[in-house]
Design a protein around this ligand. Structure first.
Ligand SMILES: *Cc1c(COP(=O)(O)O)cnc(C)c1O
Length: 362
């Protein structure tokens, strides 16, 4: 069957180079070969996350670590910042873990603002805050810097930040921002096959975790730390993913982080320009648009062109590309196109050609 190229916001297209690395022969995860592989990646991962803490490898999707953060860290109450499908679900997950949780909900398309976070944290009720940096479901990039600045005012609240669809596409500075847990799945901004997550914990997060008597085993942060000190993982990791991640990190180093960030800014701007030149508006509030995808307004909000998204999506797919027809409650009234991962101005140019052709066919 002919491959349909992924321009959905995750999983994204995986390059032949990444697949070649993924398919290297198996090694044992307690042997020197694995330790050398992980050890080589460690400083590259630390540069990517902006941390001196050890970066851990979790054989799970992002949700494993998102749930783990709740189980390891929440003793009093968690404040879940909610602005879209993934961040809304984190609140639900907190409750399913049996924790006291409060929702800071803003309408989809709006950002979570520091003023409101400040107002809630001022109650003194919370010991953990969760935030999704780039809310992939509606294309909103939250103002991480200003929210993280609150950490100085509330040092005892642990800040947990999901960067699934932004890590490696925009600068990340975990230690400087005072983030306590920074996590990402690898199938979005990092363009690997799904099935692995990377994360790091501050010393404060590890200290809090050590006090949690019911943190389990598979996602025990203390186990991750102890094993990472030996360049190992607590249980058998997906070694294939680790190979692929290593190859990806080499590629990122070769390209240069700044060049990678600029490339994402440029390709994202190309998609924004395409949307506006085609008569559409963007769904997110101005100034808070994602840099790794466009979430195009198609009637969810007043203004701009409205098309038959399902038909458009099919015409695009007939030309060999998959775009997303909108997530959850904004399915059809928005649609999303991703520029994450390995996309270049040339591949986005080709994508835009297909989008234009498909619009003509409507
Ligand atoms: C996709 C996504 C997730 C969930 O990832 P899974 O791989 O399904 O666990 C979480 N957060 C964000 C921002 C995402 O885009």
């Amino acid at each position: 069957m002919a491959h349909v190229k992924l321009h959905i916001p995750g999983p994204v297209e995986v390059s032949p180079e990444t697949f070649a690395a993924f398919c290297r022969p198996m090694i044992g995860h307690r042997g020197q070969g694995f330790k050398d592989l992980y050890g080589k990646m460690q400083p590259q991962l630390q540069a990517l996350l902006g941390t001196q803490q050890l970066v851990y490898l979790s054989t799970s999707s992002a949700w494993g670590v998102m749930e783990a953060a709740i189980r390891n860290l929440v003793q009093k109450k968690v404040l879940n910042c909610m602005c879209g499908a993934f961040s809304d679900k984190w609140f639900d997950v907190s409750k399913r873990c049996g924790k006291a949780a409060e929702a800071l909900q803003v309408p989809w398309g709006s950002p979570v603002l520091a003023e409101e976070v400040d107002r809630r944290l001022a109650t003194g009720a919370f010991d953990v805050l969760t935030l999704i940096h780039n809310e992939t479901s509606c294309g909103v990039m939250n103002p991480l810097e200003s929210i993280a600045a609150l950490k100085r005012k509330y040092p005892d609240v642990l800040f947990v930040v999901d960067t699934v669809s932004s890590l490696s596409a925009v600068p990340m500075d975990m230690d400087r921002l005072g983030i306590d847990v920074l996590l990402a799945g690898v199938q979005k901004a990092l363009a690997l096959p799904p099935g692995l997550a990377v994360f790091a914990c501050s010393a404060a997060a590890l200290a809090r975790s050590a006090q949690a008597g019911d943190r389990g085993y598979y996602f025990d942060f203390i186990e991750f730390q102890k094993n990472a000190e030996q360049n190992m993982t607590p249980s058998t990791p997906s070694v294939s993913h680790v190979y692929a991640l290593s190859a990806k990190l080499d590629g990122i180093q070769e390209e240069g982080l700044e060049a990678r960030y600029s490339r994402h800014q440029l390709t994202n701007q190309m998609l924004r320009d395409w949307a506006s030149r085609s008569g559409f508006t963007l769904f997110p509030e101005a100034g808070y648009e994602s840099r790794t995808l466009v979430c195009v307004n198609n009637g969810a909000k007043p203004g701009g062109r409205v098309i038959d998204v399902a038909k458009f999506q099919k015409l695009v797919k007939d030309r060999g590309i998959l775009i997303d027809g909108g997530y959850g409650k904004i399915k059809g009234t928005t649609f999303r196109v991703s520029n994450m991962g390995d996309e270049t101005p040339a591949t986005i140019e080709a994508l835009i050609g297909v989008l234009d052709d498909s619009l003509k066919g409507l």
